[in-house]
Design a protein around this ligand. Structure first.
Ligand code: ADP
Length: 243
């Protein structure tokens, strides 16, 4: 069953074409990754999928709904871990989660025990009452992940979920994402880390300059082209990921 489909998607910013006619479809329970260097258009595609930006052209459907026509029906079943830190610095960790849960009509007495469990799963068990300002950058990323799943969404969008995390926290987040996959959630992520894509993604779309160059499983790509995913990327785009 297709959960997200994009057909000939285009996004222009003041005449600059950031997404240049991409098409893809993502099925239920799949972990799908967008990989590519800065500026490739990955975040723009994520923002269109979570109904934050309107497309300039083409069509995007999530859970059968058009992103331009039924955004509230989509948002109700979606969790989003954005790249930027959108936590409320005046509230504690648990207050941030309770306030977020309210957008989904979750009562506090349901959110708190769930939040406790989720925070423990990413190593933040002792930070429930901490102020956001006391958290490191990596802790904020982990909290954003917890926030994105506290409403038990069917589709989870993760924009660079482990950027800025130390290796131990990265492993914890990876295990958490693997748990979500086992629960049948559909995951869509962007990443610079080829190791992350190889470990988590069933399929990846390799992007460059607003276009998708290829969509395939990491295993098939590595089998066909030889080397690891980073080598495949270099071969297909002629560019290094840091470019
Ligand atoms: P990625 O996530 O792959 O790094 P983005 O989707 O953030 O790529 O950006 C794609 C291109 O669109 C870049 O050239 C970027 O400078 C441009 N861009 C992104 N957001 C805006 C914006 N709000 N206004 C103008 N240009 C933008």
């Amino acid at each position: 069953m297709e959960i997200i489909t994009a057909k000939d998607l285009i996004k222009d910013y003041n005449g600059f074409r950031a997404v240049d006619g991409v098409s893809f479809s993502i099925v239920k329970g799949e972990c799908f990754g967008f990989i590519g260097p800065n500026g490739a258009g990955k975040t723009t595609i994520m923002r269109i999928i979570y109904c934050f930006l309107p497309p300039t052209g083409g069509e995007v459907r999530v859970l059968g709904y058009d992103v331009t026509k039924e955004p509230s029906l989509i948002k109700a079943r979606m969790g989003v871990m954005p790249q930027d830190d959108s936590l409320d610095p005046d509230l504690s960790v648990i207050q941030n989660l309770v306030v977020y849960g309210r957008y989904f009509d979750m009562p506090k007495k349901k959110t708190v025990p769930l939040a406790r469990e989720l925070l423990a799963s990413v190593g933040l068990a002792d930070k429930m009452k901490a102020n956001i300002r006391e958290l490191s950058g990596g802790m904020k990323r982990s909290l954003l992940l917890v926030r994105s799943i506290v409403n038990d969404p069917d589709v989870i969008i993760l924009d660079e979920p482990t950027t800025g995390l130390d290796p131990h926290s990265r492993q914890m987040v990876w295990r958490r994402l693997e748990d979500l996959k086992r629960q049948g959630k559909t995951l869509l992520l962007t990443t610079h880390y080829m190791e992350e894509a190889e470990r988590l993604c069933d399929r990846v779309a390799i992007m460059d300059r607003g276009k998708i160059i290829v969509i395939a499983s990491p295993k098939d790509l590595m089998g066909e082209h030889g080397g690891n995913l980073e080598a495949v990327y270099l071969k297909l785009t002629g560019r290094k990921l840091e470019d």
